[in-house]
Design a binder for this molecule. Structure first.
Ligand SMILES: [Mg+2]
Length: 322
């Protein structure tokens, strides 16, 4: 977009999303100016979603908005940050309807309000390619309190929030596999970033990340960053009632599909055994199930074990980006 068209688009669709936050300056200046309170650090994450790669061409504007903000907020949750605001860069395909754009910005507004963030700046352009959304999320943490992937120690307990696998089935259902439970689709459409859990883990967790590529793949990322091995007890992996019912007819292959599917946006973290009572209390406080699924050990890589302790081979641990 250029000239008048872009200006009007920003004024009518994006300026309302600033909710008059002073840092956004009505999107009238060349950049946002954000205050950082004393004793805090800014935490900044950027994530790009491309139509046909990170969401389906038929997805609703609401799903696209929810996935864009949800996945970015999940990265802030993984850092233990309190989100403040975001910048958006949107490249619209030539033929994207006005109605679709309106619904999209409306949905962004609803979701940002739910998580207490405002738009601080944005750019918008036309593209001959697919719809591409890049959001940059900004949050804050007390100085030195940000979580990291690299602090796990042998002997630490491995935990995961919520339940694993629904989003993978939900995506396949959206793609037309009607044999899968339809109730899982909402977990694909609307990720729920675990912000309160992440913030509560400051000082408790030794390492953390969010599960976006698949439980096993992301456990591998944490293991590599921390230079430890991770053992996952498969029977301990928390499943929703829907996934529990589905997997019972599938054998090992079904469970492996759930733990390698991705898009869960749960938090995977490690903590010393001594932190267990405080972590369970945090789960109660946040109303989110926090489950022990294994342990960090000396060594490297991820080993999944069945109920008898036998290693279960996992050929493809999760989504790979390139
Ligand atoms: Mg992440």
């Amino acid at each position: 977009m250029s000239g008048r068209g872009e200006f009007d688009w920003i004024r009518s669709r994006l300026v309302p999303l600033t909710r008059n936050h002073a840092a956004a300056r009505g999107l009238a200046d060349d950049a946002a100016v954000l205050d950082c309170p004393p004793g805090h650090e800014l935490v900044i994450a950027c994530d790009t979603l491309v139509e046909g790669v990170h969401f389906l061409p038929g997805d609703t504007p609401h799903t696209v908005a929810a996935r864009a903000l949800g996945s970015n907020l999940s990265d802030l949750a993984a850092m233990g940050a309190d989100p403040l605001g975001y910048l958006s860069a949107i490249s619209w395909p030539q033929d994207r309807s006005e109605a679709w754009q309106n619904e999209f910005t409306q949905a962004l507004g609803e979701i940002q309000d739910r998580y207490g963030v405002v738009l601080l700046g944005g750019d918008t352009t036309r593209t001959p390619g697919p719809l591409t959304l890049s959001l940059t999320l900004i949050g804050q943490v007390a100085t030195g309190a940000a979580l990291s992937r690299s602090g796990a120690q042998p002997g630490d307990v491995v935990w995961v929030s919520g339940s694993i696998g629904d989003a993978a089935l939900g995506l396949a259902w959206e793609q037309g596999d009607a044999s899968l439970p339809a109730e899982t689709a909402h977990r694909y459409r609307e990720p729920e970033p675990r912000l309160a859990v992440g913030q509560g883990l400051a000082g408790l967790a030794s390492a953390a990340l969010d599960v976006s590529d698949g439980l096993v793949a992301d456990a591998g990322h944490l293991a590599a960053a921390s230079r430890v091995g991770i053992e996952i007890d498969l029977p301990a992996v928390p499943l929703s009632a829907t996934c529990e019912a589905w997997v019972s007819g599938q054998g090992d292959a079904g469970l492996i599909r759930l733990i390698t599917g991705g898009d869960d946006y749960e938090l995977l973290f490690t903590a010393p055994v001594s932190a267990t009572p405080r972590i369970l209390a945090l789960g109660e406080l946040c109303g989110v199930r926090l489950t022990q699924i294994g342990r960090a050990v000396s060594g490297q890589g991820v080993v999944c074990r069945d109920g008898e302790g036998r290693a279960v081979p996992v050929a493809t641990p999760g989504f790979t980006h390139f």
